[in-house]
Design a binder for this molecule. Structure first.
Ligand code: GDP
Length: 316
């Protein structure tokens, strides 16, 4: 029997690499996992997306690919992010439909929630208002994935669903300062501050709060969503509310993990972004009450160790 192909778009990034590691342990005998990146196909292009599906004929798709970046990139390029992500998602879901993909799991992020939400937010609130203007274009494009999932289900009974992620970090993160997210950015800065004997600079006030999920925990949850989760509507994959931390606390964990002992300063001319976006993971907890998350501090330590070991080859 021909193997069932699981195609992972955006498969060489932070989440894809973690899924690859977990899939090696949890793959079924008749499964072939294929991790593709923008080098294999530019998903903004319809013809390249079709060629990719033609080549692999996937049975399942985990759709991670997105045009994305940290807060500072989003502030600069919101229209580009909107247009690219709209095209990518439309191309991928249309191919999933045409090639009879049995299930497609796409990614949303907590930036999709209305900016004036009351916190914590949950899955029922995603279409209740306008996302924060710091990631406006990106967030609206992501919201349309849920709209498309429901349309495909309503018209063709497709099993396309999505997950909502909080801030993800781990090995293989993007450690580029301008494009990257906070934990990777801080690890990179701590490394250079220590090496060059310079102050360690935290951008913003340090008071915004975030729920961080370690990429390997997220990968395990992705496997569960692919195999077991049977709803079209999204599910939040996040640590519990009490595990939310401030950027200042995260910076302290990075300083400890990197053994940085110099001066620490804040650059408050840099934006804080959203102050908080606390999510309620009750839906996930209803399905998986006993799932154990890696404590943020331990995840940061492992990520810092990975960064130091791989410094010479890290994509920059
Ligand atoms: P967000 O969670 O989508 O807002 O994106 P980020 O991960 O880029 O930023 C989160 C928070 O970390 C914001 O309040 C930033 O001001 C703060 N921050 C502190 N230092 C850094 C850094 O070195 N890089 C980034 N990207 N953010 C930082």
């Amino acid at each position: 029997m021909a193997p069932e192909v699981v195609l992972v778009t955006g498969g060489t990034g932070l989440i894809g690499k973690a899924i690859e590691k977990v899939a090696i342990e949890e793959a079924r005998p008749n499964e072939r996992w294929v991790f593709v990146s923008s080098k294999d196909a530019n998903l903004v292009s319809e013809s390249e997306t079709v060629a990719l599906f033609q080549k692999y004929r996937p049975t399942y798709v985990i759709h991670l690919a997105a045009a994305s970046g940290g807060l500072f990139r989003h502030l600069q390029s919101t229209l580009d992010f909107f247009r690219s992500n709209m095209k990518i998602n439309d191309n991928v879901l249309q191919c999933c439909f045409k090639y009879n993909v049995k299930k497609c799991v796409s990614c949303l992020s907590t930036s999709v929630f209305p900016a004036d939400s009351t916190y914590p937010v949950d899955e029922t609130m995603i279409h209740h208002g306008v996302p924060h203007d710091s990631e406006f274009g990106f967030s609206f494009a992501k919201l349309m994935v849920d709209v498309m999932n429901h349309c495909y289900h309503q018209e063709y009974n497709c099993n396309f669903t999505s997950v909502i992620l909080t801030n993800v970090f781990g090995p293989h993160d993007n450690f580029d300062l301008e494009d990257g997210h906070v934990i990777a950015g801080l690890i990179d800065k701590a490394y250079h501050s220590k090496r060059d004997n310079k102050p360690f600079v935290i951008w913003g006030t340090g008071s915004p709060r975030r729920q961080f999920i370690y990429s390997l925990d997220l990968a395990r949850l992705f496997m569960w969503v692919l195999r077991e989760y049977d709803e079209i509507s999204p599910i939040i994959l996040s640590v519990d509310e009490e595990d939310e931390v401030s950027i200042k606390e995260v910076a302290e964990m990075v300083v400890e993990a990197m053994n940085f002992q110099g001066e620490i300063i804040h650059d408050t001319t840099k934006s804080d972004g959203q102050f908080r976006r606390t999510v309620n993971n009750a839906k996930l907890r209803k399905y998986l009450p006993d799932f154990k998350f890696t404590p943020t501090k331990q995840g940061i330590k492992e990520t810092a160790e990975w960064f130091i070991e791989n410094y010479d080859v890290i994509r920059k």
